[in-house]
Design a binder for this molecule. Structure first.
Ligand code: SF4
Ligand code: SF4
Length: 455
């Protein structure tokens, strides 16, 4: 057996995992994500985030059995790390206990200050997507004076070791001068930071990419594409643009990739554009073949007033595009979590306040569904009622406890992208993501080992 990840020591102290005595029946934990690889069987204990590779005969240890005689070292390890459990254990309750313990550990480690901030530089956008969830919102851009107060807020309230900044909008590059101002202040103060961005990518050029890499310390960017050239240009409907916006965005993706920034192209799927997105995927693969820092993935548009199809219909199309991307070699490039999932997002974790252009603070980046709870001009901790509101969960469904995605599935009652019911395609989609992440994690581990050996 090869041990690839071991859960956090503090969790062990809080959980006290019981080792069954001889004579008791043991069985595999319900939520094990597995994958056969040439070297053996990869097994991820999804609740604790422990990961092992079982080799040869060890693969047969993960079965229902009666404990008898002396335990082998491997058996003992699998029991101590929750891969094998006593038959009468309620695995759903186990997961909830792990989550509570993990929340406590996180709370204690986050005490130093906010580890991240989501900053809306503006609510304005240079595109007019028909599905925009911010439609109808008052256009407002952050002033330079507010940017200075935001920078001070980050210096005072952020984790002094390092903070992650997420630039969001509107289109964040429409008001990029405030990004310059905030990052320059942090840089001058000697604070460590990195950033990510959700953007349409249109306004970048050589100079801005250089600045993004050097001053903004932009590590990753998500750019949405809706289709091939004609479809994209029609759907995005950029304001006052006469050139092909598609060609410009594709060029900019190349510039960002060449600067070493990770680019995730999100293909927005609905029931009208799946075939076109498959064609676009082929074009992107030809254009950016071999770029390791590029990932392409598909997501169905979430529910809003302009949707005429159901989420289930869009999910089916989404899976069709995903399958096509897989065939082209674009699989999820995200390693598995090494610490249990304690929150769904910034809203329930409270660890990355959303800073609006006017300096007010919110919990959720979908600004229509969230009200202000504070301001950078008068910093105060997030009120308890705000935390309680975002911690309300949707009720568990009948099918949840048998679902392999259960330990990491957190559904917020007030998240506007969440639905009360779950469908087979949503469930299978989440399980598939975990399996792909397991295989990607294995690739990363092997690559790291190869590099260490060649030193
Ligand atoms: S994916 Fe669906 S069935 Fe699975 S745990 Fe989440 S809500 Fe429940
Ligand atoms: S609550 Fe939903 S919409 Fe808001 S930040 Fe979280 S995932 Fe996004």
């Amino acid at each position: 057996m090869r041990i690839l990840n071991v859960h956090h020591k503090a969790l062990n102290k809080l959980l006290r995992i019981q080792i069954p005595e001889p004579g008791q029946i043991i069985r595999p934990f319900t939520y094990l994500i597995t994958a056969k690889v040439p070297e053996g069987l990869l097994v991820y204990q999804e609740s604790l985030c422990d990961l092992v590779l079982l080799e040869g005969d060890e693969c047969s240890l993960l079965k229902q059995d009666m404990l008898s005689g002396e335990l082998s070292e491997t058996q003992k390890y699998l029991l101590e790390h929750g891969f094998l459990v006593q038959d009468d254990q309620d695995d759903g309750d186990f997961c909830q206990n792990v989550r509570e313990a993990a929340r406590l550990v996180r709370f204690l480690t986050n005490k130093k200050g906010y580890p991240g901030f989501t900053i809306l530089t503006t609510t304005s956008c240079n595109a007019r997507c028909f599905y925009c969830f911010e439609k109808g919102l008052k256009n407002e851009s952050m002033t330079e004076e507010t940017a200075d107060t935001v920078a001070k807020f980050i210096l005072d309230e952020g984790n002094p070791d390092k903070v992650r900044l997420g630039w969001f909008g509107g289109e964040p590059t429409v008001n990029s001068k405030v990004i310059d101002r905030i990052t320059k202040t942090l840089s001058d103060a000697g604070r460590k930071y990195t950033s990510s961005m959700i953007s349409n990518g249109f306004l970048f050029d050589e100079e801005l990419v250089k600045k993004a890499s050097e001053l903004w310390k932009l590590e990753s960017i998500q750019i949405t594409l809706d289709g091939t050239e004609e479809t994209y240009n029609t759907r995005k409907a950029y304001v006052g643009v006469t050139e092909s916006a598609f060609q410009r965005v594709i060029k900019n993706i190349g510039l960002l990739l060449d600067a070493g920034i990770r680019v995730s192209i999100r293909l927005n799927v609905d029931t009208e554009n799946a075939d076109d997105l498959c064609e676009l995927s082929k074009q992107l693969e030809r254009r950016f073949r071999g770029k390791e820092n590029l990932n392409i993935y598909a997501r169905s548009l979430f529910e809003n007033d302009c949707m005429t199809s159901t989420l289930e219909e869009r999910m089916k199309e989404d899976q069709r595009v995903e399958k096509h991307l897989e065939e082209l070699g674009y699989q999820i490039r995200q390693a598995l979590d090494i610490f249990p999932q304690t929150a769904h997002c910034m809203a329930d974790s409270g660890s990355a306040p959303v800073i609006m252009p006017d300096g007010s603070l919110k919990s959720c980046e979908h600004i229509n569904s969230s009200s202000d709870w504070g301001s950078v001009f008068d910093p105060k901790p997030r009120p308890e009622e705000e935390t309680a509101f975002w911690n309300e969960k949707l009720p568990e469904l009948e099918e949840c406890k048998d679902c392999l995605a259960y330990p990491s599935c957190i559904r917020l009652k007030h998240c506007e992208t969440e639905t009360e019911v779950c469908s087979e395609s949503v469930k299978q989609g989440k399980i598939k993501v975990l399996q792909q992440r397991l295989l990607y994690t294995w690739d990363v581990i092997k690559e790291r080992k190869k590099q260490e050996e060649s030193k």
